[in-house]
Design a protein around this ligand. Structure first.
Ligand SMILES: [Zn+2]
Length: 469
């Protein structure tokens, strides 16, 4: 899960003693047939099939009280399932079972209210898809299939990974970062950006700038990403969520492991001329070009997005070179380590360390790679190589993979040395000396000025332009 929060908005299961039917095999297949509710109803119908469940207990981790009519279907006989705590007891699932149930989406949204659970937006309910999936725990490495059925199939939109043979497919472990999905009424359009398809779903009331205006905003931000990655990284579904009375884009979040999805909260009063001051959309879309680091590297994911967002906006002509360096000059020291902070970025989870500690790592890496290779290589090359070899945000990678690929593609040991000294051992950076060597004159209350004769002036210019030497 990656989001944009810096400085913008403050917007179990009982174990059971029943022996496994097939010891050691574990859950093999799960499929959900999902029947979206008709207009006027919020009752979602689901028929799920499980093979080799490790437990007879099927759980609903979020809001189990919004699940109803849970029953097993065996040879045409429908047998109500016994409720036990947050779950339902269906012993036949340990071999093979079919279970039907309903989910009251309106009640779920009312009792939760977060996008990552369920949130009512106009005549739609948005949430991560795992919220309506009754399932055994753990699910192991099972393959999960989702099919949308019934007369209201068009009233569901999701970022889940499409299955070429129909419906959607993903690995159960990817539910740790389940894609967003919405049931109900929405408007949608498709963008093709450098070979990738972006489905944009507009929920709730239209924005002042209209759907077409928001679509154009997203198209231009996506085009900026192409300047870094060479192409748009991956097909994705983007949810545009209105925030009444607000201006600008006030929040964004990416959920991508089971398929790329992005939620963007646009103020309803937003006008098209605010686009160039917005950083949220470029920040979120940039996440799609980097693999997901699980249980580590949150600082690297957010740091890369925080570093590249203003650079991409400058390269796209949304901001000036002077404004870019003024921004870095005023914000980058938020990433410095303070006395008493843990040495490792992995052990610091405050916003400054995660976003700006990571951005400072990216900045130092970019400058040192460019310096060591006379601008022949850069962090841009690292990101393109990592995207090509480890994949986009729908794939997982280790931080060690990023570092190894980075050193390999640049022909340097800049990343491994910096990772060890800066990210793990907590060495600090001398930012005033760095600004001087780059020829950046920071002036309080004014845009940055530049010294063209500074030793690393060519590095500074290349960061802004994205050009090689
Ligand atoms: Zn982010």
């Amino acid at each position: 899960m990656r989001d944009a929060i810096l400085g913008v908005v403050a917007l179990a299961v009982a174990a059971c003693a029943t022996p496994r039917v097939r010891s050691g095999t574990g859950l093999r297949q799960v499929s959900y047939a999902v029947d979206p509710p008709a207009p006027g109803s919020w009752l979602l119908g689901v028929e799920a099939t499980f093979e080799g469940s490790p437990s007879a207990l099927l759980v609903a981790p979020d809001q189990p009280d919004t699940f109803g009519s849970v029953a097993s279907v065996d040879a045409g006989a429908v047998v109500p399932a016994e409720r036990r705590g947050t779950g339902w007891w269906v012993p036949s699932c340990q071999s093979r079972c079919t279970v039907r149930y309903t989910v009251d989406l309106e009640a779920m949204a009312a009792s939760c209210g977060r996008m990552d659970c369920a949130r009512r937006i106009g005549d739609a309910v948005l949430g991560t898809v795992d919220t309506w999936m009754l399932r055994p725990d753990p699910m192991g490495d099972a393959v999960v299939h989702v099919h949308v059925v019934g007369a209201q199939a068009s009233r569901f939109v999701t970022g889940l990974r499409r299955d070429p043979s129909g419906g959607y497919v993903f690995q159960a472990r990817e539910l740790a970062e389940a894609s967003y999905g919405a049931f109900g009424s929405f408007r949608s359009d498709d963008l093709v950006v450098s070979g990738a398809n972006l489905r944009v779903a507009f929920l709730g009331q239209p924005l002042a700038l209209g759907d077409a205006g928001a679509l154009q905003w997203i198209r231009e931000a996506a085009s900026c990403e192409v300047r870094l990655f060479g192409h748009f990284p991956v097909d994705a579904t983007v949810f545009v969520v209105p925030v009444p009375g607000r201006a600008g884009v006030v929040f964004g979040r990416v959920m991508s492991l089971s398929g790329a999805s992005v939620v963007l909260l646009f103020g309803t009063a937003t006008t098209a001329d605010e686009q160039r001051d917005d950083w949220v959309v470029v920040h979120e879309l940039s996440h799609l070009g980097c693999p997901s680091f699980v249980d580590e590297g949150h600082w690297l994911e957010e740091g890369l997005a925080t570093y590249y967002e203003p650079i991409l906006r400058e390269r796209c002509g949304w901001m000036s070179e002077a404004a870019l360096w003024s921004h870095f000059g005023s914000e980058m020291d938020r990433g410095l380590r303070h006395n008493g902070d843990p040495a490792s970025l992995e052990q610091r989870d405050d916003i400054d360390a995660t976003y700006w500690g990571g951005a400072l790592f990216a900045f130092l890496a970019d400058v040192r790679i460019r310096e060591a290779t006379r601008n022949a290589r850069s962090l841009d090359d690292v990101l393109r190589a990592v995207l090509a070899r480890s994949g986009d945000a729908t794939h997982t990678a280790r931080v060690a993979d990023f570092i190894r690929i980075g050193d390999d593609v640049t022909g340097t040991d800049v990343l491994s040395r910096l990772y060890d000294s800066w990210a793990l051992r907590g060495e600090n950076a001398d930012l005033p000396a760095l600004w001087r060597s780059l020829g950046v004159n920071l002036r309080q209350g004014h845009d940055a000025g530049f010294e063209s004769a500074a030793p690393l002036a060519a590095v500074r210019r290349a960061i802004g332009s994205g050009d090689k030497n």
